[in-house]
Design a binder for this molecule. Structure first.
Ligand code: NAD
Length: 494
């Protein structure tokens, strides 16, 4: 890949890549090297205004276009991504620090899949109708939906293009024009998406992308009077700020927030599968997935054997240059995030936790010697109420907690402010169903982790979010229904 294509990240407004009106930029750092990658246009409210004007001009014709036409454009965007999968995977890996193999097999294919899925969903949308018979009245109640309007879509850095497209695709399919903002930490693939949109003839103004920081570029999107809906994925504390900014004007908000997800391993689990599942759930993407299982709850009768095997498995990980094909763990996303995770490890030790492996800075040879690498850590011995087991760390840190029976396992699993996801490992079907129904989470996986069908609901309970995405839930968020009640005469008076 030609690095010059990612050295200058610009806004994408009205079909064109443009700098900020005031010319200001932020620096983009490559996490695996600690060196500058280039500049990012630093969006402000004036840039957001410009994007909203473009989105407003394009709104009517996009809203009124047949779903087949919207589907066609989304398909072309998906195809554009697939045609450049290798470049996009490299760009995502460079920008985020994740292994290129992960970007190639997960992030970029899923970005294309998101667009394709909602291209299809646009075509299959239907409206509800109810035939109502009242004494003396014959009615048809028809639920007519229209796009909610210009939609603000704000996404985080951990799965950059994957989550950005997961937000914009349903908005566009529903007939809304979009002002989106990727994370300033990983802006590159959204910039490339703008280029692809131009190349594939995406109608100008329908998709606009503002780059820049949360306070300077994100807040003006949330507070803009012409934007009635905000779909946000990110941290719980940011979600609280966004909810408070959106509330006075009664904006519709969809909030996908943080997690502190439990992996529950029962003594009747398939041992090898459970070790592998818990390992993947803990450390995939450097532990930087909202769905990662950072709390591993293990039945006391198998805890020692399980811990030993998990530690062995963790030590087998190849950590290093994310651009090497055999790298299993790349760098953390930024130096500040690395410091935050290290501080959590210090707190874990101070609270009496035993770090069985990892938790050390790594300095790979060569170009990555100044990168933000940390070896994956497994901790045991901490109370389930300790900070390590309560707060989202969002890094390669897994904590083992033991339990003695099902009830205690459920109590520990639910004993946090979050409720995003859980995975349950057992060969006992009755237990699998019993436990899954009692866990407070938007998603529970049984004997697997992070398997997704885009038709299913996705979201969090408690402090993990508000609302649901996935399938028709995603589409409905971006629509306003109106019930039209039509009275008619059932007996001919002719
Ligand atoms: P973050 O909250 O710091 O930032 C997310 C996005 O919000 C970024 O684009 C940022 O610029 C923007 N932002 C920040 N402040 C803003 C403001 N005041 N107004 C408008 N926009 C603002 O989150 P992050 O550090 O990028 O991502 C990590 C977090 O995201 C973790 O907590 C993780 O669990 C969560 N996450 C949740 C899901 C989910 O589906 N529930 C998925 C991925 C990540």
């Amino acid at each position: 890949m030609d690095r010059s294509t990612i050295s200058e990240v610009l806004h994408y407004i009205d079909g064109e890549r443009v700098p900020s009106l005031d010319g200001e930029t932020l620096e983009n750092i490559e996490p695996a090297t600690g060196k500058s990658l280039g500049s990012i246009a630093a969006g402000k409210s004036s840039d957001v205004d410009r994007a909203v004007e473009a989105a407003s001009r394009a709104a009517q014709s996009w809203a009124e276009s047949p779903p087949e036409v919207r589907g066609y454009h989304l398909e072309k965007l998906a195809q554009g991504i697939e045609n450049r999968i290798e470049d996009l995977a490299m760009a995502e890996s460079i920008d985020n620090g994740k292994p290129v193999s992960v970007a190639r097999s997960l992030d970029i294919p899923r970005a294309a899949a998101n667009l394709r899925f909602f291209a299809g969903a646009a075509r299959y949308q239907h409206e509800d109708a109810f035939r109502t018979r009242l004494p003396g009245d014959q009615l048809w109640n028809v639920s007519v939906t229209r796009p909610i309007g210009i939609s603000g879509c704000i996404s985080p850095w951990n799965l950059p293009l994957y989550l950005f497209t997961w937000k914009i695709a349903p908005a566009l399919a529903a007939g809304c024009t979009v002002v989106g903002k990727p994370s300033e930490v990983t802006p590159v693939t959204a910039d490339l998406l703008g280029r692809i949109a131009s190349e594939t003839g995406f109608p100008p103004g329908v998709l606009n992308i503002i780059q820049g920081s949360g306070p300077d570029a994100g807040s003006p999107i949330v507070e803009h009077p012409q934007i009635p809906a905000i779909s946000f994925t990110g941290g719980t504390s940011t979600g609280a700020v966004i909810a408070s900014q959106a509330a006075p004007s009664f904006k519709k908000t969809l909030l996908e927030l943080g997690g502190k997800n439990p992996t529950l391993v029962f003594d009747d689990a398939n041992f090898d599968s459970a070790v592998e599942g818990a390992f993947r759930a803990a450390f995939s993407n450097q532990g930087q997935i909202c769905l990662c299982g950072s709390r591993i709850l293990v039945h006391s009768s198998i805890a020692d054997r399980f811990t030993e095997r998990l530690v062995e498995r963790t030590r087998e990980m190849t950590i290093g240059d994310p651009l090497e094909n055999n790298t299993m763990m790349g760098s953390l996303v930024s130096s500040s995030h690395l410091e935050k995770v290290e501080a959590c490890l210090v707190a874990a030790k101070n609270d009496g936790g035993e770090i069985l492996t990892g938790g050390k800075r790594i300095q790979p040879e060569g170009r990555c010697k100044d990168g933000f690498f940390l070896s994956p850590a497994v901790i045991r011995g901490l109370d389930s109420k300790s900070a390590t087991n309560q707060d989202e760390i969002f890094g390669p840190v897994a904590s083992i907690i033991t339990f003695d029976d099902e009830e205690e396992a459920i109590q520990i699993a639910n004993g946090v402010r979050y409720g995003l996801a859980a995975s349950v490992w057992t060969e006992n079907l009755d237990r699998a169903i019993r436990v899954s129904e009692k866990i407070e989470a938007g998603t529970v996986w049984v004997n697997c982790w992070m398997k997704r069908d885009l038709r299913t609901v996705f979201g969090g309970v408690k402090d993990s979010g508000l609302g649901r995405e996935g399938g028709t839930d995603s589409l409905r968020f971006f629509q306003e229904p109106t019930n039209v009640c039509i009275r008619f005469e059932s007996n001919s008076k002719e």
